[in-house]
Write a protein of this length. Structure first.
Length: 266
């Protein structure tokens, strides 16, 4: 069941009543929750999720503010997004799942695993950071490139941050990782504040699930110096850095990353 046409769509509701659109597909015996990056909907995982269809039933969701989910004025924090994810698992009747979060989705996954250890069998964190005072932040030049007034310039900068030039040359797009174009301004601002305000440093040692941390070596959006920080705080975490890859390593190094994740999940 690898065709997106076979993807089943449903709606759960958050604790505050916000509608949460989610999608599931695959014939595998175990549930795998896939969490997308900042200001992105479930299409972030189009393509890579198919690599898990034979081993898992993959579950994606539209974060509040994106896709088919509600777009409230409030509730934008990585902690709240984590509770939204739990609401989706509850609606599906999933007691325990493997969880794989990338970028802001990795920040959300940290809260899920720390606050709800009984709900996470195994945890994969990709291209993410612990946030807070100890995190290694992106360079000011990266922030400036994403704050330009020209949308086309911002899009070009984001593509460059996501993928290496060599990969772009062979994959001209379209790309599913550049943000949900239909997000209202208040939701986009809420996602930015949520990601920037993330700080799970104190709770990372509470994570009990076996953890795999993945990152691109040339990631300038979330520097790979965050990998050893996460690994030092999460008990018995394993790490893998992909040479030459940037933020979207899960696409650029798709086959290698998927094989590692499948092996880790067992």
């Amino acid at each position: 069941m690898t065709d997106a046409a076979h993807r089943l769509h449903a709606v759960a509701h958050a604790q505050d009543g916000t509608a949460l659109a989610y999608q599931h597909q695959g014939a595998g015996p175990r549930p795998l929750l896939l969490l997308a990056g900042q200001a992105n909907n479930h299409h972030w995982w189009d393509g890579p999720r198919e690599d898990f269809d034979s081993t898992h039933r993959t579950i994606t969701m539209d974060h509040r503010g994106t896709g088919g989910s509600g777009k409230p004025q409030q509730g934008y924090s990585t902690q709240e997004f984590a509770e939204d994810a739990i609401a989706v698992l509850d609606h599906l009747g999933v007691g325990r799942a493997d969880v794989y979060g990338t970028s802001m989705g990795g920040r959300v996954a940290q809260w899920i695993a720390a606050r709800h250890p009984d709900r996470v069998r195994r945890l994969v964190l990709g291209c993410t950071s612990p946030g807070g005072a100890y995190a290694v932040e992106r360079d000011v030049s990266v922030r400036r490139s994403l704050a330009q007034a020209d949308p086309a310039a911002v899009r070009g900068a984001l593509i460059d941050l996501m993928y290496s030039p060599g990969w772009i040359a062979g994959h001209p797009g379209p790309y599913a990782t550049l943000g949900d174009p239909d997000m209202p301004a208040h939701s986009r601002r809420g996602h930015l504040l949520a990601s920037n305000g993330h700080d799970a440093w104190e709770v990372l040692p509470d994570i009990t699930a076996p953890t795999l941390i993945l990152h691109g070596e040339q990631d300038r959006l979330t520097p790979p110096d965050n990998v050893p920080l996460l690994a030092a705080r999460i008990p018995d975490a394993r790490t893998q850095v992909f040479p030459g890859a940037r933020h979207a390593y899960f696409e650029e190094c798709r086959s290698e990353a998927a094989e590692l994740v499948r092996e880790f999940l067992g």
